[in-house]
Design a protein around this ligand. Structure first.
Ligand code: NAP
Length: 365
């Protein structure tokens, strides 16, 4: 049996390496919301980032964070942010980059203002996701899309600022297994049904009267996003633009009585025939990265017949692993499976933090 002392010795070089990493000062736009709180939680003790500015709506401006924020995550508000006074969503903020978790209506104007003022903007919002010159990033899948930054800066006249986005939280739950399949066999068509958690609607979100003992078959604006984002994510960066992947997605999106964790039920038609074993391997062996927030396994395919389940599997890889199960040949499409991700970690704040780590690693920040 390996002792704790021995393990600590093994981790020592890594701890020393993290200690000497350059620290970037970060601001969070929408810091008091569901995703904003997850940023605050995930950035505590992060070796590369330190929160120096928190910004939100007029309702919160001028108040210390502890007072402005209705904290909904487990544990207390981290000590280091409690007394930071919330600022308006206007540049400049005292930081080197901003994470944005603003509602899309507000994000369009504010994120551009920050990028124009020279800040890297790493956004969760849908406002810029489908703009042709804005990367829609999953670092393990499409890091080459960062080539769009130069195109964006030229086109929009940004000097050193830029906008990078992460996908819709439901799309994140199934785009990774699709990427694994597309790479090996080509994807032709996808039918997806999403079962989305309550926290995906922000706070206070869906009324308890509506969601308790119920399934809601409508999430405003969600199905169109789920039907178009994966093609951009799986697209190729060619001659300064993204050539979208050529497959069709048909989506139905439901809100279900789960706090965190979006589940997706997927049926997929492939361009080349494959075996079940090869499909399993393609997903399970899709490589992760070695950034600070990268999970050991990017995609984990489980054998247990009753998994994945949100309550049991959303925290796999500290919320950054995509868990797949129920993988079988399908009677109409080629294969079917169930895929799950943590919507406020891999689907939001964790995704944006990983994007920022990639941007630093590739020299964009
Ligand atoms: P939320 O809980 O409603 O929080 C919204 C945040 O934006 C709050 O900090 C709020 O500040 C601020 N805000 C609202 N209106 C504003 C305005 N007019 N001006 C300035 N600030 C304003 O929402 P959320 O769930 O965190 O979602 C935030 C964004 O992330 C949305 O674009 C959403 O689509 C996206 N997203 C969410 C998830 C998820 O799972 N929840 C996942 C992926 C992406 P106050 O507290 O001061 O009102």
């Amino acid at each position: 049996m390996v002792s704790d002392k021995f393990l600590n010795l093994l981790y020592l070089p890594l701890t020393v390496y993290y200690y000497f990493m350059k620290k970037y000062r970060v601001g969070i736009l929408g810091a008091t919301g569901t995703v904003g709180q997850r940023f605050v939680q995930l950035l505590k003790d992060h070796p590369q980032f330190e929160i120096t500015s928190l910004a939100a709506s007029d309702r919160s401006v001028g108040k210390p964070y502890r007072e402005a924020c209705a904290w909904k995550l487990s544990g207390a508000i981290p000590e280091y942010v409690r007394e930071i006074v919330v600022e308006p969503i206007e540049p400049p903020l005292e930081c080197d980059l901003v994470f944005s978790s603003l509602p899309s209506g507000v994000a369009r104007e504010s994120e551009e203002a920050f990028a124009r003022a020279g800040f890297p903007v790493i956004s969760n919002s849908s406002a810029y996701r489908m703009d042709e010159d804005v990367p829609l990033l999953i670092p393990e899948i499409n890091p080459a899309h960062l080539g769009l930054i130069e195109v964006q800066q030229r086109k929009r006249g940004f000097s050193k600022g830029f906008i990078v986005t992460n996908p819709n939280c439901a799309v994140v739950s199934f785009a990774p297994p699709l990427a694994a399949l597309d790479k090996q066999f080509g994807v032709e068509a996808v039918f997806v049904t999403t079962l989305q958690a309550i926290s995906g609607a922000g706070y206070p979100g869906v009324s308890s009267f509506d969601i308790t003992d119920n399934v809601l078959p409508y999430i405003a604006g969600e199905e169109p996003k789920v039907e178009i984002e994966a093609q951009k994510i799986l697209g190729k960066f060619v001659d300064g633009a993204i050539e979208k992947a050529d497959f069709t997605v048909s989506a139905q999106c439901f809100r279900v009585h789960v706090i965190d964790g979006h589940t997706a039920s997927i049926r997929v038609k492939l361009r080349q025939s494959s075996t079940l074993e090869a499909v399993f391997e393609a997903m399970n062996k899709f490589p992760s990265l070695s950034l600070y927030s990268s999970p050991k396994n990017f995609i984990e395919v489980c054998d247990e017949p009753s998994r994945p389940q949100p309550r049991l599997d959303r925290d796999n890889g500290k919320g950054m692993t995509i868990t797949v199960g129920r993988l079988f040949p399908d009677n109409i499409f080629d294969y079917r499976f169930v895929s799950l991700s943590h919507n406020t970690v891999r689907g939001a704040a964790g995704a944006a933090i990983l994007n920022a780590e990639l941007l630093i690693d590739k020299g964009f920040i």
